[in-house]
Design a protein around this ligand. Structure first.
Ligand code: NAD
Ligand code: DAU
Length: 336
């Protein structure tokens, strides 16, 4: 199989490329990635099966580039996106271009090329904040952040491609991922790397917002299962194994790292901060999905990875554009 993976230099995309090349010895991957601030070729360094992988630097919103990358491709797995909620609050424009227009350009090109399956990787955030219970795939989309709204818009364009053109799309909606190669702007890698440097973690609001944590490899296995066994036109939730408030998450990581409580600084809340996400994944389980990692063990391994791979994250945190972002996001009082 020849797979076009978009966003394969990012956190989840690179974990998926690594995992897939190892798992499927005959698989070939074309990796279309613009290498934005979040894309990093170092994420794929030293992987097994590198000879079956080719990175094409290009924008998913550029029809010419996409048409070229699509040649001879059997299936698409679409990860490329602007993915960080706080950045979407500061400026949503890139989110519309990449997440919405980019997805539409990919759909059109894949359909023109006769691609057999198109997996769109989406998020539990499209359902909005759920105070109790679990979101099911048919629930209404009520996104609250500009990021979530752009992902919901892309989900709807994917649905339209199925209904209008009978194009064989599949959608996954996953909860919060953690693991190696996650950009140190997201809560967990920011927390771990700050604490390795003895710097406090900035906790938004009252710290009682709930997220459901899934190890990135389990997410990759879920996406692969949907690619191979899912029914076209269907949506599949992929949830985690640890539904925790941010305060509870902090306590778990603090215990692993032996960090004092003083290394947490309360800061003003994120604007429109969703209180809780939770998804029902019984549909994916019916396809045969089981989590293979346990939260505590995977969290320990993740902390150990950041400890051992300072050479990966320190240059990122030291970059001028990243420092500018930290300043814009954390550097002033009041609501972000
Ligand atoms: P990321 O920000 O780490 O990586 C995004 C990648 O996309 C980068 O390599 C970047 O260079 C590339 N990219 C961005 N714009 C592009 C463009 N215009 N053309 C080509 N490439 C472009 O993101 P991530 O956390 O790995 O998330 C991957 C996908 O999974 C996203 O679609 C996201 O919405 C979804 N998702 C993420 C999570 C999570 O917890 N991180 C959970 C559920 C779903
Ligand atoms: O739910 C899936 C989503 O998870 C994905 O679609 C997104 O791409 C991904 O970024 C993630 O979104 P969140 O906003 O939930 O993740 P983040 O790591 O930014 O924040 C997790 C929680 O921690 C959230 O409640 C906000 C809080 N937080 C975050 C940061 C960066 C803080 O308290 N302080 C921080 O500095």
């Amino acid at each position: 199989m020849k797979l076009l993976v978009t966003g394969g230099l990012g956190f989840i995309g690179s974990n998926f490329v690594r995992w897939s090349l190892k798992k499927h010895p005959a698989l070939r991957i074309v990796n279309l990635d613009l290498r934005t601030y979040a894309g990093n070729p170092a994420n794929l360094k030293g992987m097994d099966g590198a000879a079956r992988h080719r990175w094409v630097r290009g924008d998913i919103a550029d029809p010419k580039t996409v048409a070229k990358a699509m040649r001879g491709v059997d299936a698409v797995v679409h990860f490329a996106a602007e993915s960080h909620v706080d950045r979407s609050i500061l400026d949503a424009s890139a989110f519309l271009r990449t997440n919405v227009t980019g997805t539409q350009v990919l759909l059109d090109a894949a359909r023109a090329a006769g691609v057999g399956r198109f997996v769109h990787v989406s998020t539990d955030e499209v359902y909005g904040s759920v105070e109790r219970g679990e979101s099911k795939e048919a629930d209404p989309l009520l996104p609250n952040s500009p990021y979530a709204a752009s992902k919901a818009a892309s989900d709807l364009m994917v649905r339209a491609a199925f209904v209008t053109h009978e194009f064989p799309v599949l959608v996954t909606r996953c909860s919060n991922n953690f693991g190696p190669y996650q950009f140190p702007e997201k809560a967990l890698p920011l927390m771990i790397t700050n604490w390795l440097d003895g710097i406090p973690f900035p906790l938004y609001g009252d710290g009682l917002n709930i997220r459901d944590w899934v190890h990135v490899t389990d997410h990759c296995r879920g996406v692969d299962l949907v690619l191979r066994k899912g029914t076209p036109g269907e949506v599949y939730n992929i949830g985690g194994t640890a539904s925790l408030t941010n305060k509870q998450l902090i306590e778990r990581v603090r215990r692993i790292m032996g960090v004092p409580p003083t290394l947490v600084t309360p800061v003003p809340d994120r604007k429109g901060h969703d209180r809780r996400y939770a998804v029902d994944c019984s549909k994916l389980r019916r396809l045969g999905f089981r989590h293979e990692t346990t939260f505590e063990e995977a969290l320990r391994r993740t902390v150990a990875w950041y400890r051992a791979n300072e050479a990966w994250w320190r240059p990122l945190k030291g970059r001028k554009d990243v420092k500018t972002y930290y300043k814009a996001n954390y550097g002033f009082g009041g609501k972000r």
